[in-house]
Ligand binder design. Structure first.
Ligand code: SF4
Ligand code: SF4
Length: 94
C-alpha cells in the first residue's frame, strides 16, 4: 500500500490547500490542466474538475496564474498557514 502523503510531517489530507474552480467563470480552455504536473485536475466532458485536491502542492498557485478568467482560487494562505502551525504541534511534539 502506498504510504500516506505528508507535508512537514503532517498527513497531506489534513491541510486544506487545493484549487477551487468558479464554474461561472470557467471557459474550459484547459490552461490549468496543462499547467499542473501533479494530476490534480481531470476533464469532465469539456470542463476541468478538481479530481485529486490533495495532490496539489502546498502553496503552489501556478494554475491560478494561467487562468485568464480568474476562475481559480485557493483558500486564504494565512488561514492555511495557521492550520499548519497548529498541526505541527500535534505531529512534531517537542
Ligand atoms: S484555466 Fe481557468 S478558464 Fe481555463 S479551464 Fe482552467 S479554470 Fe477554466
Ligand atoms: S496550484 Fe499547482 S499543484 Fe496545485 S493544482 Fe494548481 S498547478 Fe497543480
Amino acid at each position: 500500500m502506498e504510504a500516506q502523503k505528508q507535508h512537514l510531517g503532517i498527513p497531506r489530507t489534513l491541510i486544506p490547500w487545493y484549487p477551487i474552480i468558479d464554474q461561472e467563470r470557467c471557459t474550459g480552455c484547459m490552461n490549468c490542466v496543462r499547467a499542473c504536473k501533479h494530476d490534480v485536475f481531470a476533464m469532465d466532458t469539456d470542463m476541468p474538475l478538481v479530481a485529486n485536491p490533495y495532490e496539489c502542492v502546498v502553496f503552489c498557485q501556478s494554475c491560478e496564474y494561467v487562468c485568464e478568467t480568474g476562475a481559480i482560487s485557493h483558500p486564504p494562505k494565512e488561514a492555511v498557514k495557521a492550520v499548519i502551525k497548529e498541526l505541527r504541534k500535534q505531529y512534531q511534539p517537542r
